[in-house]
Design a protein around this ligand. Sequence first.
Ligand code: MOS
Length: 711
Amino acid sequence: MTTAFIGKPVSRIDGRQKVTGGATYAAEFVAPGAAHAAIVRSTAASGRIASIDSASAERAQGVIAVLTHRNAPRLPYREHKGIPDPVIGERLHVLQDDRVNHQGQPIALVVAETLEQAQHAATLVHATYDQDAAATDINQVEPVLPTQEKTDQGEAQSPETRRGDPEGALAAAELKIDHGYVIPREHHNPLEMHATIAAWDGDRLTLWDKTQFVHNVADEIAAVFGIPAENIRVISPFVGGAFGSGLRTWPHVTLAAIGARVAKRPVKLMLSRREMYYSVGYRPHTVQRVALGASRDGRLAAILHDAHQETSTYEEFSESILDASRFLYSCPNVYTRHRIAHMNVNTPTYMRAPGVASGNFALESALDELAVALDMDPVELRLRNEPDRDEFSNLPFSSRSTRECYRVAAERFGWSRRSPEPRSMRDGRSLVGWGMATAHYPMHYAPASAKARLLPDGTAEVTSAASDMGPGTWTSMTQVAAEALGLPLDRVKFTLGDTRMPRTPPHGGSMTMASVGSAVQAACRKAREDALARSGASEIGDAMHRLGQPVEASADVKPGDETQRFSMHSFGAVFVEVAVDPDLGETRVRRMVGAYGAGRIVNPKLTRSQCIGGMIGGIGMALMEHSVVDARNGRVTNANLAEYPVPVHADAPPVMDVLFVEEHDPHVNPLGVKGVGEIALVGVAPAITNAIYHATGRRIRELPVTPDKLI
Ligand code: MOS
């Protein structure tokens, strides 16, 4: 198929705006007369507020209001359990009672004329607590089965599955691997902190917010305040990274709206970096056990995968950790169990490749351990267990390019030159290791809407309430629209990020291109056909000139029955070279090659950029990221970017190759897109730890692999 714009490496159309400061982020909007707010947070992890003294804060210069559970407005907190909010439990009610559920919970809000006055007065609020014993250490909490397991899409799945006779097959297997794997809590650290500006006009509310889902913010705040969602307008044109932290509507948004209502003027509330560690979710700490049984020729006879993760005391958050073990490889005997540990923590949330990246780390590590035990090449082991259908759902794959991904990535990497023995490859003092892993992520396509408006001057305005946290939605949607309209790119103006625009699913789960893209395509095709039919012209410029008035079309797209007919996923393979300093224990990633079969690639330049970002995120997961919790009080002791290192440019390997395997999948969605946002992080951590084993002979099963674990 020849295309004018789809599949072309178009540069970001908002790139200039971003690098020149012309792109306006949530905290940068100007609401005339805005006051500033600061949150006072609990220093206890569990119990009740015994006393709270706000008198000196109230007297401080510039203070407009100090709100605590004693004087804050009572809010109805009606039910709102849409995706992506946990369906089980009740979200944190801010300033409604004296209960403390977690360290860092908001206990007061100070509103003042200036930010400095609000921050200063916040330090003058003093609370004492009647503390309960707090559950802060996952190893001390008995995990329980969740009421139901949620996948990324909120679709219920059994927390426990079994096919065949896994225990029997494991006991009888010629070879067995049985180990535990641990991933500690990791926090989202986007450049832009979460921020909200709230402005009331009677019973109508405008929120300028950092979010991946404007309609969810409107729905949640409507439920909290007991007002119609139509009364709330949420504006969020630019998002400075989020990785999932912007999928939910967190308590600070409610606090900004409460503050504005009490102060009777707009209120701006921006979280500090430290507050981000207590406020907007995180990737939960997971504890996993994977047992594999196999025959000497490398065929899997049994997989047993048992995992548990932390969640809060008030909500059940559970993510799809066990997906890979259920379907990724062919195996007749599989047992999986997912449990949760209720703790005195704020609720975790989705973080890039939620659940999938965690489970994949355990499974792909175990597979590498099996390859070592079999003395078999790890790629060969995976090829021997390639399924011809999804054995969990018992459905055919709509497309699955794993073999092709292994082949092209291995070839680009030079895998055939690997000497299999650990510690057998060196570069000067450094121990060099090569490792690989499989990547996968489900294809999500959800109902979405878009509107296209053709103008008499031959330009078009296209809107959809999507977000762009970095992948390039502004640009890719402009490409899809221009293609469908038959207009040049510079005649199409696509805009997003406002609840006044047609509704979309969350900007997460790698579903924006598939869902919003299909809606934009449908709306634009409709508008074009309508304009051509009404004018009798054969091209759009001519048609619009003849018509002399706008032509508008809306489209709603939604999945059909394909989820009942096909198992749909993106697949990929990651190959990594590390160099480990044998004396200092420092690991450097020197080369990475990722190959992905992800359906149609709308913009290879931006998609490559997105994949590189995911791969670098995987380096952080493997080698650096770890929110260290002080079990005495639930405090995150490294709640800052100095002590919670994330990869920077100097950590990115000089060689990063991203390859896309050509795939034409007619089943997934009208645009044929599978998504790459999450898959690019999946497989990276195990590929790195597998490479570290190859370099050093040391198998590290607890992330991150900091130098202390290697010396
Ligand atoms: Mo992603 S965790 O779906 O924002």
